[in-house]
Design a binder for this molecule. Structure first.
Ligand code: HEM
Length: 193
């Protein structure tokens, strides 16, 4: 009997001790994963709608990521704003001559490239940018579609037109601010005058 009772005591003790060990190791595991789990922050692309698929309003038989649709809408609106802006449209003479004569291939290529560029720059994972780098794209010697070198004032005007394009598509002031900050990081590559 004594032995049994001792065994019971031992067993209880073992349960208590192993319980303590388990909870301590669980605590340390939690601690470990707390400090090693990367903090997932939302990218600007996510804030713009991210990877959620929606029907593409320009082609209802295809789906498009909401983030890409938002950026493409801003890009296309901005191209239209620039086309009507006498301070900037002189840089886009090749594009405007094409569109005026009914050839929209350059517009489509620019829209796609700018949209890819902004998708990648805002953190999209499912797109790549295959156009010229920002220095070459804005150097008339390397890009014959760029009619002249841009100054810092031209760049400011581009940002103004981009904000108009973004507002046309209902982007919040906070998101517009973030896009503005991103775009400004490219100033030294675009401005070559
Ligand atoms: C941060 C601001 C800007 C960004 C992110 C940007 C981006 C781009 C991209 C991605 C392209 C297409 C390159 C390719 O197709 O290989 C492009 C082309 C061009 N950009 Fe910019 N750009 C910016 C500012 C400006 C400014 C300030 C001007 C003029 C003052 C300008 C004028 C042009 C022109 C004329 C083209 C050629 C358009 C065409 O293909 O017909 N860009 N830009």
């Amino acid at each position: 009997m004594k032995k049994v009772s001792l065994n019971l005591k031992d067993a209880l003790m073992a349960i208590v001790v192993s319980g303590l060990v388990v909870s301590m190791s669980l605590m340390s595991a939690c601690k470990k994963s707390d400090s090693s789990t990367p903090v997932t922050t939302m990218s600007l692309y996510d804030s713009l709608g991210g990877t959620t698929k929606v029907v593409d309003p320009t082609n209802t038989s295809v789906m498009i990521e909401k983030g890409r649709l938002g950026l493409r809408s801003v890009v296309d609106s901005t191209i239209f704003v620039i086309a009507g802006d006498p301070k900037l449209n002189g840089f886009f003479t090749v594009l405007l001559a094409e569109v005026t004569s009914g050839n929209t291939s350059g517009f489509t290529a620019l829209s796609n490239n700018l949209t890819d560029f902004f998708c990648v720059a805002t953190g999209a994972k499912n797109f790549t940018y295959g156009g010229k780098n920002m220095v070459d794209a804005h150097d008339p010697a390397k890009n014959t579609r760029m009619n002249g070198k841009a100054s810092s004032a031209d760049f400011d005007q581009f940002v103004t037109d981009l904000v108009v394009g973004a507002k046309k598509n209902g982007l919040s002031d906070q998101l517009i601010g973030q896009v503005g900050t991103l775009v400004n990081t490219l100033r030294s590559q675009v401005v070559q005058k």
